[in-house]
Design a protein around this ligand. Structure first.
Ligand code: SF4
Length: 93
């Protein structure tokens, strides 16, 4: 259903006939770590996230998995593979 309070007309899964069913009956404002993210939009209560109603929760365990401005760096480690041994392993020997 569509939000009727802080983002009127925006589709929201938390909006019900009784109103906003999210904790505190409203989205929460973005936190400092969110600054620069493309998912931030202005609302009646200030900047909020379009992907998650409680942005502070998304940063508790580290990087927000929806963030567009920061990415996880994954270092790949090259290992040398002996093609003869790899072939034997693949053949199930
Ligand atoms: S997607 Fe994550 S980083 Fe971006 S505004 Fe929402 S909570 Fe903040």
């Amino acid at each position: 259903m569509q939000c009727q309070t802080i983002q009127p007309g925006t589709e929201c899964t938390f909006w019900a006939k009784s109103g906003c069913t999210f904790k505190g009956n409203s989205c929460h404002n973005v936190v400092e770590a969110c600054v620069g993210c493309e998912r931030i939009v202005e609302s009646e209560i200030g900047p909020v996230c379009t992907s998650y109603p409680a942005p502070e929760v998304k940063w508790v365990g580290g990087l927000c998995n929806f963030a567009t401005h920061q990415k996880i760096k994954i270092d790949s480690v090259e290992t040398k593979v002996n093609p003869l041994k790899a072939s034997k392993r693949a053949s199930g020997r």
